[in-house]
Design a protein around this ligand. Structure first.
Ligand code: NAP
Length: 333
């Protein structure tokens, strides 16, 4: 028997979650059964989509259950293996996050090479968020050299990869929005964005018009709401909008009104398409072949905001929703 600590959903939030919606509990894990692994987690991922799973709403992924452990992407070390495919000491990417240890079916674990890249990058720039950025920009938004690209949530895990990839792939101009002066400075000074603005400084439409005097060809939406309406207003002929996320609405008790200017979809022959990263797993080999060397050579930079200790995970999640992270938000154990 192994004693594990885990974070459970204590209650469902209404609007913004609070620490009272989470509990931390010690539990005894059984020995791993046939084909199972006991994994000790080293680091796990906090992601905005988890907010949706705290609601009792039908979606593309099942809601968390009240009183049960939460889950999500995690990286850990195999402690005991009851599978021929894994040995103790193997590092594995799996889905039993939000806990110190987990019993993981071998079929749901992927061995990673800790020498090839830092372990944390498999949850960030070279993991799900990186693939989201790649698939959204290259396939969904059909990015072409010479495009002017606008990305919201630009200092986050997904947005920072979108902007840098667009820059490296020959965008005419790359514009980002983020929620603080420090993030705006980081986008321009460290990540090579041509222009950036703080969406809290004033209306997004006016700031975007100033940053993109010739309009935009691609909008990568992480935020929704006012950002989406502003991007539609700034879109050039045949513009493409990839709808990746709408974090400005995740804590809204009532759905906000939609963009008021959808008539521009006709006038400008715009395409707007939502996507889920899980539908683009076929791009994984191409994504890694292209992006891993860029990361290794330092041409594509990444930030991580790492919080230590399982007990601090709920606060770190609240901070993620409020913009407390730059780059990927992770919990290290
Ligand atoms: P992230 O950007 O690293 O973190 C979330 C960021 O959202 C915060 O740091 C905050 O930054 C920003 N934010 C919070 N409230 C906001 C608001 N009202 N208006 C504008 N910005 C706000 O998270 P991520 O993992 O990279 O995810 C980014 C987006 O992609 C999310 O919408 C997520 O749901 C989505 N996503 C979608 C897929 C998919 O398959 N479709 C996959 C992964 C992620 P500021 O300080 O800049 O406000």
């Amino acid at each position: 028997m192994t004693t594990a600590s885990e974070i459970r959903l204590a209650s469902r939030p209404e609007g913004w979650p609070t620490l009272a919606n989470f509990s931390i509990v010690d539990t005894e894990l059984p020995v791993p059964g046939e084909g199972e692994l006991l994994v000790r987690n080293l680091v796990f991922s906090l992601d905005p989509y988890m907010r949706g799973r705290m609601n009792d709403a039908k979606s593309y992924v099942a809601p968390y259950e009240v009183g049960k452990v939460m889950d999500g992407g995690a990286m850990g070390e195999v402690v005991e293996s009851n599978s021929d495919s894994f040995q103790p000491g193997d590092m594995v990417l799996h889905f039993k996050g939000w806990r110190s240890h987990g019993i993981v079916p071998a079929g749901q674990a992927a061995r990673v090479d800790p020498e090839a890249a830092p372990l944390t990058t498999y949850l960030g720039v070279l993991g799900m968020p990186g693939l989201t950025a790649y698939a959204g920009l290259v396939r969904v938004a059909e990015f072409k050299e010479g495009d002017t690209v606008f990305v919201s949530g630009a200092a986050g895990a997904v947005g920072s990869v979108v902007g840098q990839l667009a820059r490296l792939k020959g965008a005419k101009r790359v514009i980002g929005s983020a929620g603080s002066e420090a993030k705006v400075k980081h986008l321009i000074d460290d990540l090579g964005f041509d222009a950036a603005f703080n969406y809290k400084d004033g209306p997004v439409a006016a700031q975007l018009a100033e940053a993109a005097p010739d309009g935009i060809d691609v909008y990568f939406d992480n935020v929704g709401g006012e950002h989406l309406e502003a991007a539609i207003a700034a879109a050039n002929l045949n513009g493409r909008i990839a709808i990746c996320g709408m974090i400005s609405q995740y804590n809204a008790a009532e759905p906000p009104p939609g963009p008021r200017n959808l008539i521009r979809m006709i006038q400008q022959r715009l395409t707007m398409r939502g996507f889920l990263v899980g539908d683009h797993n076929d791009l994984q080999p191409r994504f890694l072949a292209e992006v891993a060397p860029l990361v290794k050579e330092g041409k594509l930079r990444y930030e991580e905001t790492i919080v230590d200790g399982l007990a601090n995970a709920p606060q770190a999640f609240l901070d993620l929703l409020a913009g407390g992270n730059t780059g990927k938000m992770l919990v290290r154990l």
